[in-house]
Design a protein around this ligand. Structure first.
Ligand code: ADP
Ligand code: MG
Length: 204
């Protein structure tokens, strides 16, 4: 992963813009099967990261990821905060400074496992993990960024027919079926935006 300070800063700005653009949609999704705050939660988290982006971008990539995770935990709130926070903090802690794409994929796998432990959740529970697992699998296969982005979007859509087994949506039982999971949706938006940047700037 050859990401310099400029790339890190632009990626933060991109993720923040993507969440801002989709904030209402994420909250509408969360209104259907949760409490309607997911868009606002994510926006608060990304705004806090954006406010610190120059200091974060000056750090080496592993430390930058760890810092982003901490800022997300402190600012997203809700169930999603500790989960996104764990993902980024574990990624940062585990990533070797000179990691290549294969090293990144391996570290991501360990970070996703930490999210699953934290949420006591797994595949098919209708959560953001249902996007993270297929995205990681696509990365391990060395898929092109465009293919990984498409995989993330389709994985988020595929949470629609699932019945939620974790988080607030689980209280709805079978009534959670037929609605895309908001956390899966925000995760796919962010993954697709990052992949789009990688494709455009030929980062590898
Ligand atoms: P809250 O549910 O506290 O209002 P958010 O609305 O911000 O928090 O986030 C909800 C999202 O968090 C869900 O759509 C789901 O993807 C994710 N989530 C909730 N609980 C869990 C869990 N135990 N494991 C994995 N993901 C979870
Ligand atoms: Mg919510």
């Amino acid at each position: 992963m050859h990401l310099d300070a400029g790339h890190i800063s632009q990626l933060i700005a991109l993720c923040r813009a993507e969440i801002n653009r989709n904030c209402d949609r994420l909250s509408v999704l969360d209104s259907a099967i949760g409490d309607g705050d997911h868009g606002a939660n994510m926006r608060r988290g990304l705004e806090a990261v954006f406010a610190e982006r120059e200091a974060i971008a000056a750090l080496p990539l592993p430390a930058a990821l760890e810092r982003i995770g901490l800022v997300l935990v402190m600012n997203i709130g809700g169930a999603a905060g500790p989960l996104y926070g764990t993902l980024l903090m574990e990624l940062g802690r585990g990533l070797a400074p000179d990691a290549d794409a294969a090293g990144f994929a391996a570290t991501l796998e360990a970070a996703i496992a930490a999210v699953a432990r934290r949420g006591r959740s797994g595949p098919g529970d209708k959560t953001l993990l249902d996007v993270l697992y297929p995205v990681q699998a696509a990365m391990r296969k060395r898929s092109a960024p465009e293919a990984i982005a498409a995989c993330a979007r389709s994985a988020a859509r595929s949470t629609g027919p699932m019945q939620a087994r974790r988080g607030r949506a689980a209280f709805l039982g079978a009534r959670s079926i037929g609605h895309e999971d908001p956390g899966a949706s925000s995760c796919a938006l962010l993954a697709a935006a990052i992949c789009g940047y990688f494709a455009e700037h030929r980062v590898s």
